[in-house]
Ligand binder design. Structure first.
Ligand code: PLP
Length: 351
């Protein structure tokens, strides 16, 4: 081993789902099967490329204003970043700066652990119960901060707002981050509590309900004080996180509320039908409130099924980690894509 090795920051990186470049039925990374709002294509076509020689607006003002408008908050309550992964990582760096452990569920978005390790933040995972539910009392002890997704990933389970509020209320000496990547498919958002609790940050994304994973846009909404701390950290890191195209497309997507709501409605409808189809095939599904379903079959091995699906051009997500080794996560695609999935599974089970 070279002497310099000991000074290198080594991390075990997050492993994203595969992005095959050939045409497959892609139900593995919770992308939206529908295109973004139609205005987005137009804005992109009309983008003034002469301006590309200039740096983008470091404050991301048009986008923070559009989001502020949409969520009825002030622009100084909004922080945007390169996907919510960027926003969340900035939150870890900024707000989780204690000797005490940050708390998050044992089965959750696997990036949390990666950021905690990258930034040397102590953390302690709290076990979900037998039904994969958050046990709120586990978050009532001393800690250096709390983060959890609602709905949780990969379980897709949504905890009612009073549960979320109990956790925020019990932790007013630390920052609580609610990662709402999937809340548009679920129920009430913790945004309702922003004015009531000054320790709360809500993080959302354009990658799921707004069909723009490829543009990389995420945002945090909180009070102006915490948003200022986030901006200070960002400006100490990289002033120009959001490129001009992402800013323009983001604004346009937020404007089209009707398209956004219709897209959510279609996915929820497909999800509810897909749950029934899966149960008829003998799967046990956790009660999904997201744009994906976490399912297991008591008679078929999940890993074998995952591999057979993949060989036939249908990609779903499988981890094989403790407690979830018999589960697959299936993103809700178009109805046609789901029909193809169920047709394959039906044949698979005849063999
Ligand atoms: C998808 C997802 C994100 C982040 O997605 P971005 O594309 O970076 O906005 C964050 N948290 C959870 C729980 C997710 O599933």
């Amino acid at each position: 081993m070279k002497a310099f090795e000991k000074n290198i920051r080594k991390v075990e990186p997050y492993v994203p789902g595969e992005q095959p470049q050939n045409k497959v039925i892609k139900l593995n990374t919770n992308e939206n099967p529908y295109p973004p709002a139609p205005g987005v294509a137009k804005v992109l076509r009309e983008l003034d490329t002469d301006r590309f020689r200039l740096y983008p607006d470091p404050t991301c003002a048009p986008l923070t204003e559009a989001l502020a408008d949409f969520y009825h908050v002030n622009p100084d309550q909004v922080f945007v970043g390169v996907g919510s992964d960027d926003v969340l990582s900035m939150c870890f760096l900024t707000f989780f700066n204690s000797e005490k452990p940050v708390l998050f569920p044992d089965i959750t978005y696997s990036f949390y652990k990666v950021w905690a390790e990258l930034y040397r933040i102590p953390y302690e995972c709290q076990k979900l119960d037998e039904g994969f539910r958050v046990v709120k009392e586990d978050y009532f002890k001393e800690n250096g901060g709390v983060i959890f997704p609602n709905p949780n990933a990969p379980t897709a389970i949504y905890e009612e707002l009073h549960v979320v509020e109990d956790i925020i209320r019990a932790n007013q000496d630390v920052i609580v981050i609610v990662d709402e990547a999937y809340v548009d498919f679920a129920g009430r958002s913790a945004l309702e509590l922003i004015d009531k609790y000054d320790n709360l940050i809500v993080v959302q994304t354009f990658s799921k309900a707004r069909s723009m994973a490829g543009m990389r846009i995420g945002y945090a909404i909180s009070n102006p004080t915490l948003i200022k701390y986030l901006n200070d950290a960002k400006y100490s890191f990289n002033s120009y996180t959001m490129n001009q195209a992402a800013l323009a497309c983001g604004v346009e997507a937020v404007k089209d509320k009707a398209y956004f709501e219709e897209g959510i409605r279609k996915i929820i409808q497909t999800r509810e039908w897909a749950k029934e189809e899966l149960s008829q095939l003998g799967f046990c599904c956790l009660d999904s409130s997201a744009n994906f379903i976490f399912a297991m079959h008591p008679e078929y091995d999940a890993k074998e099924m995952f591999e057979a699906l993949k060989k036939n051009g249908i990609y779903v997500r499988y981890w094989g980690s403790e407690r979830i080794e018999q589960y697959m996560r299936i993103t809700i695609g178009t109805r046609e894509e789901m029909v193809a999935l169920f047709a394959f599974l039906r044949e698979y089970m005849k063999r």
